[in-house]
Ligand binder design. Structure first.
Ligand SMILES: Cc1cc2nc3c(=O)[nH]c(=O)nc-3n(C[C@H](O)[C@H](O)[C@H](O)COP(=O)(O)O)c2cc1C
Length: 303
């Protein structure tokens, strides 16, 4: 009998759509065995792309605090099919799964579609997805779906270059290389190469996905950079303070958003290099702990 695969995603630039379509290709190629359905999450009122700078920063508190917006109902076909596997594509906004993704997960539709279904999560981000994945694991557990694999595609340039190129891309729409800066986002080579992850998933269907994640990791699906995990940990603490402050002080919001923007730029360009120096100095002492952390973050279990 034909197996039903559902691909859930949201995308602004088209990057995540490219990724999930490449990963779904090995299933599309075996039409007698699999039927692939795509569900592109749609908000009642979508976010703009390219982003006006003030809207980009103004989205921070609701993103970080996981405050949902209203989504359009998924198509009937999606709601009424029992799927055998879900490929769940998401992007990160402010160290958290994006508002459209959170809005879907918090809608009643997610449970109806995802309950008891194996899920492979697929993220397409700048490079800081690790603690968002931990947040997503909690949602999946509460929805009673079974996380069986994770693929995290990132921009492999250094952290500073990717900040510059992604800001240029998201606020002007310009992705191509210009001047000293390379093209923004995940490389085309990597996006096209992600077909191999689809093949690996397909090969693990018959064994109920046992052994899938180690095989994905062996093939480069999840790279952990310990320095970025440290930055994310610190970032989550500070974002908690800022986001709550902005939400509480409604009347001062425009001013606080402006201050947050200045703070964020200082954190990226001044504070994070200092964190990097300490991180490197502590490397010999924390080697074992970081190795354990890497193994955990490359896996699919929830602590
Ligand atoms: C408001 C906003 C905040 C973002 N914050 C992060 C972040 O914290 N970490 C990260 O790795 N990428 C971040 N990104 C990049 C996205 O994860 C994603 O790679 C990019 O927006 C392209 O996604 P899309 O075309 O699939 O929507 C952010 C993007 C936006 C629009």
């Amino acid at each position: 009998m034909q197996k039903n695969i559902l691909v859930i995603y949201y995308t602004q630039t088209g990057q995540l759509e490219d990724i999930v379509k490449n990963i779904a290709k090995p299933f599309e190629d075996k039409k007698t065995e699999y039927k692939v359905t795509y569900y592109n999450i749609q908000l009642k009122k979508d976010f703009p792309f390219p982003w006006p700078g003030d809207v980009f920063f103004n989205t921070f508190p609701e993103s970080y605090l996981q405050i949902p917006s209203e989504i359009l109902p998924p198509p009937e076909e999606v709601l009424n099919t029992k799927f055998d596997l879900i490929l769940f594509g998401y992007q990160v906004w402010y160290l958290t799964p994006s508002i459209p993704i959170i809005s879907f997960l918090k809608s009643g539709f997610a449970e109806k579609i995802m309950k008891d279904v194996p899920v492979v999560t697929i993220s397409g981000t700048r490079n800081m997805w690790m603690l968002s994945q931990e947040k997503l694991k909690v949602y999946l557990k509460n929805l009673n779906s079974k996380l069986v694999g994770n693929i995290a595609l990132v921009d492999r340039h250094d952290n500073y270059t990717s900040v510059l190129t992604i800001l240029r891309w998201l606020t002007t729409g310009k992705k191509e290389k210009s001047g000293m800066l390379p093209a923004a986002g995940i490389s085309d080579e990597e996006i096209q190469g992600s077909v191999k992850y689809g093949r690996i998933i397909e090969q693990h269907f018959s064994s109920n996905f046992v052994g899938l994640q180690p095989e994905l990791v062996k093939n480069g699906a999840v790279e952990i950079r310990p320095f970025l995990v440290r930055v994310e940990k610190v970032g989550n603490k500070i974002f908690t303070v800022w986001s709550n402050l902005i939400i509480r002080k409604k009347e001062k919001r425009p001013l606080l958003i402006k201050l947050f923007k200045v703070y964020l730029m200082a954190a990226i360009w001044i504070i994070s290099p200092i964190v990097l120096i300490f991180h490197l100095l502590l490397a010999p002492l924390l080697w074992k702990k970081r190795k354990k952390q890497r193994e955990y973050l490359q896996g699919i279990n929830l602590k």
